[in-house]
Design a protein around this ligand. Sequence first.
Ligand SMILES: Nc1ncnc2c1ncn2[C@@H]1O[C@H](COP(=O)(O)OP(=O)(O)O)[C@@H](O)[C@H]1O
Ligand SMILES: [Mg+2]
Length: 302
Amino acid sequence: MKMVFVSSLSEEVHPRRVLHETGPLRVIVPAHDPYADLVESLCRQRGWECRRVERHVVGDVELPLGPPFVFVESLRLLCRGTASMVYEASVGEGIIVLKQIPLDVGMDHPVKYLLASQEAKLLIGLRSPWTVPVLGTGTTPTAIWVAMERMDATLDRCLETLDPSALSLVLADACRGLAFLHESGWVHMDVKPQNIFVHQGRGRLGDFSAMWRRDACLPISLRALTPRYADPRLMRPEGRILEAVPEFDVYSMGVVLRELVEKGYLPETARDLAQRCLGSLRPSAEELADRLEALSHAGRHP
Ligand SMILES: Nc1ncnc2c1ncn2[C@@H]1O[C@H](COP(=O)(O)OP(=O)(O)O)[C@@H](O)[C@H]1O
Ligand SMILES: [Mg+2]
């Protein structure tokens, strides 16, 4: 049965819109919504199930009171990072992924709070075929939450399953994701195999928690860098402030490419491309995507 969450605060499923539904529906309404009584009586008249909820707690985890979080029936912890917890959640017949960014630890500084909430808010507007699809965001008193479509794997976990051609295509897709972010005015700041997702044989860029506004000043001490992939300028800053530029991401992608050539996953022909990304005159993410796509096609038709 179709489940809907109605709230007078929601534009999408406002109580007035539910009046026009033909049903049958399973309706969830916040207990203290001004329309809750009305919604409940309408549901009763129509024989629909209606649940008034004050909080949505699954196991001992409180989820935001909004879609898709209120539809979650069970949770399984996928991984616990330094700044986030990632869960697999069952919703009706499907599985989605939820990222929880707790606010209780180290949120003493307003800038840290801003960094955490930034990811959630921005993601909704940053949709492309090459980035991980975000289904919704929400907050609880102690955390910010992001709901995403579940991807098959991260690149580091599925290298053995990809031939050089398929791998080049996944990397080309991730570079298109980067180009999209750069055009939208952002720098990803944490490009690495663990943040490149593979889904149905194609690539998508994910994990925007370190993202920074392009050309804005970057306080190095606040950034969660991955030293192995970071532009040396970020590791040895002359001052403590740098401008965030797309070249940082291209450098990281260069390290990814170089590693993949050295481990034999990509052909030697990709080495030059990697070197260009690491040099002083770096290609744009878009050019990188084009070159990797060409490499993928060349591998397919020798
Ligand atoms: N949409 C998703 N689908 C599948 N797995 C995911 C998804 N999002 C995150 N994960 C898993 O959780 C890990 C951490 O997620 P990520 O967004 O990179 O958070 P962090 O900021 O903690 O690195 C990923 O490396 C991946 O294994
Ligand atoms: Mg990550």
